[in-house]
Write a protein that binds this ligand. Sequence first.
Ligand code: PHE
Length: 445
Amino acid sequence: MRDTKIWKGNSTFILAAAGSAVGLGNIWKFPYMVGSNGGSAFVIVYLICILAIGLPVMASEIFIGKFGRKSPINSLKKISNEIHISESWKFLGVLGSLAGILILSYYSVFAGMAFSYVFNLFPSGLENPSSYSSAHFFKLSSSPLNLIFWHSLFLIITCLIVGAGVVKGIGRSVNILMPILFLFIVLLSFYSASTGDLNATISFLFSPNFSLLTPNVILSAMGQAFFSLSIGMGAIMAYGAYMPDKQQIGKTVLTIILLDTFVALSAGIAIFPIVFSNSSLEVSAGPGLIFETLPVAFYSLPMGALFSIIFFILITIAALSSAISLLEPFTAWMEEVFGIKRRTIVFLIGIFIWLLGIGSIFSFNIWSDIKFMNLNFLEFIDYFTNNIMLPLGGLFIAILVGWMLPREFVKENIKMKEGSFRVFILFLKYISTSSIFLVFLYSLL
Ligand code: PHE
């Protein structure tokens, strides 16, 4: 790999990986899942999963990428050749790169919707802001053209960034976007904590109530940890290839995980106090929590319009820095194989993703009744990627690094301290592998 494809300094890799991890999963999905899964019990299991599964699997992905210095598919090929095991391990990269494309196709639709909310200002003096909000959401989601517009806009921006290259596109954009994101999330948490009901939020998020701990809660917390950390599909592996030689994997993974968890919890602190402050609103509103419920809460608060705009810019930025990482694995592979310009590749893949996205858009309206296995198009892609492709990818990564690669080989190349390395291997081999296996099995039932 040419040196031009390695990020300078330690911060770009951390920002890019944290940018991939922090996304709709943290700001949109995490709060509504906490809300509909009973609060603190979910949060605690989620945190345990992040540490027991997330940390070792993410470190393994970075390790493979950094060792291979190529796209996930070719890094996996290189590492299997190096230790003389079957080259078929590269199909793990194929599975992941395809998952990235499939996820991006609907991710872009939701991100586009969030982007449109930056411009959704409620008129003043509304008598019933709740019904206004529901009507607005209905108007947006029932109009294919509206949704296509925002989906296209978001996808074009994503493609432009990835097309501009690893250093000038991805590297530069995360250096601009991520500081804004962190600033906004802190600002919003302070605003929300000072204007809304912080006490109710703290006890909702943190006071343990284990009676609510059902197998279902445990398993959805695990799935959420997976999606939120971007593990199992090679996004972090692709970025691992651009990590500077000297950067330490162990410390870096800890930083990324801390940042991701910090943003997820801050999103809870930014959202719940204002939802709790309005007794007519429900924290268990589900996926509509930020699109239908939250705007109503903002409406009744001082400077609510301003903070609503800040909130939706924040989500758009978070989604953008994740979207570029969904596109990168496949792009990097095509660049290696066909040797054509990144811009051309991204343009071609972009058209394909755009078309798939239209399918998800139609699932909100004209195709809402067309079902396969009782799921519409969007639900099917979401189910197939999150419940099958990502866990399968994560499981095989854990098996490859924990069980297939010789321990000495991993130890020599991952460069962790002796004690940390032992804990890492122990978790990866036994805890991560078996718990991912369980989630996977459960999701198939
Ligand atoms: N982690 C991202 C989020 O929380 C989603 C994502 C999944 C991004 C997989 C890349 C790979 O929204």
